[in-house]
Design a protein around this ligand. Structure first.
Ligand SMILES: [Zn+2]
Length: 311
């Protein structure tokens, strides 16, 4: 095995921080990292306030599937995309370090001759793939198909993408990232259940931001004789105004699909089923929809964060 290539002589050709955020009020875009993803920032464009994580998600509002992309998923927290070139030595194991340490093994892919991301490459008389991917480096394996044919050293381009830094996150973000990881591993059922938990924790967070407590939610559940989930949404609607009916229908369908998975309920035979990657996008869309309504409410009522008014 060759010595690890040090970052000095393996200067990444590509070094892209993943930290662009979009103001949820005016969509002003800029780069910013935050140690605590719940930090309240003021927009350099409009001067209004928002939580960092809300602006991070808002940046991807039209591309929510990017978080569960099978080749290069974006982490749901600031990170880095790095890339470089390697000269592949036929039939050798080569260690390449990224030059930075990711929080866990990043997603790693190669670019084929049409610049498409792939997990392994077929070159001239040579097969190339990563055999081990750690938080600091990866090991590249190459095998010639026919050893009697002289095989030239060939250059390939790699790209890694992952989270960096020790972020304090709201719990629903950690759960959402776990469900994204499960989706990438095709653990459909576990991902489905995890997504529902993430949504409930998210709604709890917004309810809390409004100064409401768990006992307010319990009281509403009893008063309206509805589920906790519906009670939280109805409580939010008292402040924000009616939320999108499409969103509520989609969430109801998802909850029913989750119940079919967990309890084997077949209340609605033939009901529309979605894949867990689609379910993920429905959940992120719901999060962004609720956030939009929250920030519209803050503007309407001329409120600043954190909200400390009594309900
Ligand atoms: Zn703004």
């Amino acid at each position: 095995m060759s010595d690890p290539i040090s970052p000095q002589n393996n200067q990444p050709l590509l070094l892209l921080p993943i930290c662009v955020i979009s103001c949820p009020h005016c969509s002003y875009e800029y780069s910013q990292t935050c140690q605590n993803l719940s930090t309240i920032l003021s927009c350099p464009g409009c001067g209004r306030q928002f939580f960092y994580i809300d602006a991070f998600l808002n940046h991807y509002r039209r591309h929510t599937q990017i978080f569960v992309d099978p080749i290069h998923p974006i982490p749901i927290a600031p990170g880095y995309t790095l890339g470089g070139d390697i000269k592949v030595i036929p039939d050798e194991l080569q260690v390449t370090s990224y030059g930075i340490t990711y929080n866990r093994s990043p997603e790693l892919f190669f670019l084929d001759n049409e610049n498409r991301p792939v997990r392994d490459l077929l070159l001239e008389n040579l097969y190339v793939a990563a055999v081990s991917i750690s938080a600091e480096s990866f090991i590249l394996l190459s095998r010639t198909f026919n050893r009697s044919i002289p095989t030239p050293e060939q250059s390939i381009r790699w790209v890694s993408i992952g989270e960096i830094g020790d972020h304090e996150k709201p719990i629903w973000i950690s759960i959402l990232q776990n469900s994204a990881d499960l989706i990438l591993k095709s653990e459909e059922q576990a991902a489905f259940v995890m997504l529902q938990i993430a949504l409930d924790f998210f709604l709890d967070g917004v309810v809390e931001q409004l100064g409401l407590t768990k006992s307010d939610v319990k009281a509403a559940t009893r008063r309206w004789k509805i589920s906790d989930r519906r009670a939280k949404i109805k409580l939010l609607e008292k402040y924000f105004g009616l939320l999108s009916r499409d969103m509520i229908t989609n969430l109801t369908d998802l909850a029913e699909q989750r119940n079919r998975i967990v309890h084997g309920n077949v209340e609605k035979p033939g009901a529309q089923e979605v894949t867990c990657a689609e379910a993920f996008c429905i959940i992120i869309d719901a999060v962004i929809t609720v956030n939009n309504a929250k920030y519209a409410y803050l503007r309407r009522e001329r409120l600043t964060l954190p909200l400390t008014h009594d309900s």
